[in-house]
Design a protein around this ligand. Structure first.
Ligand code: PEP
Ligand code: MG
Length: 588
């Protein structure tokens, strides 16, 4: 795109996080490094070694800066990772071997350093010791930085974003998303992704406007271009004209008025017009979000995605570290309940620093993910279970397993939970003996055996993000098929109803904690189908509370009956949308 011509270009993507942002582009590209190979003339070899030493000094400074940035944005603990990076730069074996290789081969220092570093990475990755294996990731990270310095290329990292900019990226991994500083990220636009990708969930929790699925935007803009992000409609406008800016100024102030109206319900109970109270809980990913849960008056936490504790770290957190994080949340919200979901790594949430946990897979969403991985790493899983149990001594904790496919897996997870209880007891540590254990329903086989599972657990929480992906065979992160990801599909509506009925017959409650629960248009359908509780991103609570307070449950039930009889998803959507619109009239 020729931005010098300053022509306005409107591009349609998928709305991912509400709000309007305007600012300059921060282009976040992560291309594979291309390392040139050439021979250095004998008389220049001294200078080549000096160039290497200088690059090590510059890299050290860069790492210190990033460390400061991370300390400011996240925590001291995260910042400590970079001490390990500094140690790599001081590793005399690595540096000495590079110089020896260079003197022997005469090849440019980038080539030698890369080859030596790769040998180290390979050797560490094969060692049967978790700590040493993790060093492979550190070496990889640092090698890339040094090579970028040697090649005179700038390193891009989201933690480096210090000015207020709109992030434009091909995609953002969950761990990168966790490094986003909300004060500098005005908006987020990605080529890839869908409404339920984790970068989007993070954006929504930080109230950063986001549009995803914009195909090749990264190839059409450059750093510094002006861009407007409309997270309501999923529109991105490059070089917006004065007229567009004026129009958006008006839209923004209208939306603000509506948001002010919404915030007015924040303090009021989530009660329907016919007097039914609906429990609205929060989805969180980090202990720091406790303040947000309170601010939005959520009735505790319905989904704490514990994997974010792991994603932010190069090392697997210890039982003590996990216990400290869980306890902070539980104590911070007591007496409200906190539903702690066990580790859901894999799928779109690999743990980059620990490839030995989940290696590369052809089909990660159908692969070694969540409970499957935990059952194969029982010691790691039990560390987590003991941490959860101990946290339950400080307030009400519900435990929940992700990606359960059937009763056998649930039984195996529960057997490990019993072992963990015995271990905690043997140490003389306290825990809540009445801890409730729930199952996520997010795999079709679990939904279809809900009758069996309901006999064996205390509650269900439906993960519609995954359930819809697996029911309709739509990769939730693939923007080419994102339009086919349809919560109004009759298969979805019927399965939800089936799960609710089987659970209620056996006296257990059903929550929905997927993104559908935070979409006010679908909330009446969920409640009408008999869903008991909703768990959603805290910032979406006012909009959901607003529709709950504007409807009668009896009318939602009638609408749900109609939806169940419907076979055309478009008509189902029209039905739920009409129900919503008839009750909520945004200002303007
Ligand atoms: C879901 O699948 O709906 C869910 C809540 O889990 P996650 O988004 O973390 O996979
Ligand atoms: Mg899920």
């Amino acid at each position: 795109m020729d931005s010098s011509a300053n022509s306005e270009t409107v591009i349609q993507g998928i709305p991912a996080s509400a709000g309007i942002a305007h600012g300059q582009v921060f282009l976040y590209l992560q291309n594979e490094l291309e390392i040139p190979q050439y021979t250095v003339d004998p008389e220049r070899r001294g200078a080549e070694i000096a160039r290497f030493e200088q690059a090590l000094v510059v890299t050290r400074q860069q790492i210190r800066q990033v460390q400061e940035q991370v300390r400011k944005n996240t925590s001291e603990e995260e910042a400590l990772i970079f001490d390990a990076h500094q140690m790599v730069l001081e590793d005399q074996a690595l540096i000495g071997e590079t110089i020896r290789d260079f003197q022997a081969s005469g090849l440019n220092i980038e080539t030698c350093f890369n080859a030596v570093a790769q040998r180290y990475v390979q050797a560490f990755a094969e060692i049967d010791d978790e700590y040493l294996r993790e060093r492979a990731a550190d070496i990889k990270d640092v090698t890339k930085r040094v090579l970028l310095v040697l090649l005179g290329q700038a390193a891009t990292s989201l933690t480096q974003l210090v000015e207020q900019r709109v992030i434009v990226a091909e995609d953002i991994s969950p761990s990168e998303a966790a490094g986003i500083d909300r004060s500098s990220a005005l908006g987020i636009v990605t080529d890839a992704g869908s409404r339920t990708s984790h970068a989007v969930i993070v954006a929504r929790s930080m109230k950063i406007p986001a549009v995803v699925g914009v195909n090749d935007l990264t190839t059409r803009v450059k750093d510094g271009d002006w861009i407007l992000v409309d997270g309501y409609e999923g529109v991105v406008i490059v070089n917006p004209s004065a007229a567009t800016m004026f129009r958006y100024g008006r839209i923004q102030s209208e939306k603000k008025t509506f948001e002010t109206q919404l915030m007015a319900v924040n303090e009021l109970p989530a009660e329907t017009l016919d007097g039914v109270t609906v429990k609205l809980r929060a989805n969180i990913e980090r202990p720091e979000e406790v303040a947000l849960v309170k601010q939005y008056r959520a009735a505790g936490v319905g989904l704490y995605r514990t994997e974010f504790l792991f994603l932010n770290s190069h090392v697997v957190p210890t039982e003590e570290q996990q216990y400290a994080a869980y306890r902070t949340i539980v104590e911070g919200l007591a007496p409200e309940p906190v539903t702690i979901r066990t580790l859901d790594l894999g799928g779109d949430k690999p743990m980059p620093g620990n490839p030995h946990l989940i290696g590369p897979e052809a089909n990660p969403f159908l692969g070694f993910r969540a409970i499957r991985m935990c059952l194969e790493h029982p010691e790691m899983f039990k560390d987590q279970l003991r941490a959860v149990l101990r946290a339950s001594a400080h307030g009400r904790v519900d435990l929940m397993y992700p990606m359960i496919s059937g009763a056998e897996e649930l039984a195996r997870a529960n057997a490990l939970l019993e072992e963990a209880k015995a271990e905690v007891r043997a140490r003389g540590q306290a825990f809540d003996a009445a801890l409730r254990v729930g199952t996520m329903i997010e795999i079709p086989s679990a939904a279809l055996t809900a009758d069996v599972l309901a006999e064996r657990c205390d509650f269900f929480s439906i993960g519609t993000n995954d359930l819809i992906q697996y029911l309709l065979a739509i990769d939730r992160g693939n923007n080419r098929i994102a339009h086919l990801y349809d919560p109004a599909h009759p298969a979805v509506v019927r399965v939800l109803k089936g799960v609710v009925d089987e659970a209620h017959k056996r006296g257990i409650k059903v929550s929905v904690c997927g993104e559908m629960a935070g979409d006010p248009v679908f909330v009446p359908l969920l409640l009408g189908l008999g869903i008991d509780e909703l768990s959603l991103t805290p910032t979406l609570l006012p909009a959901v509370k607003y529709i709950v307070r504007s409807m009668r449950l009896s009318e939602a039930q009638a609408m749900a009956r109609e939806a169940l009889a419907q076979t055309d998803p478009k008509k189902t959507y029209a039905l739920v949308e009409a129900f919503y619109k008839a009750r909520v009239q945004p200002a303007g």
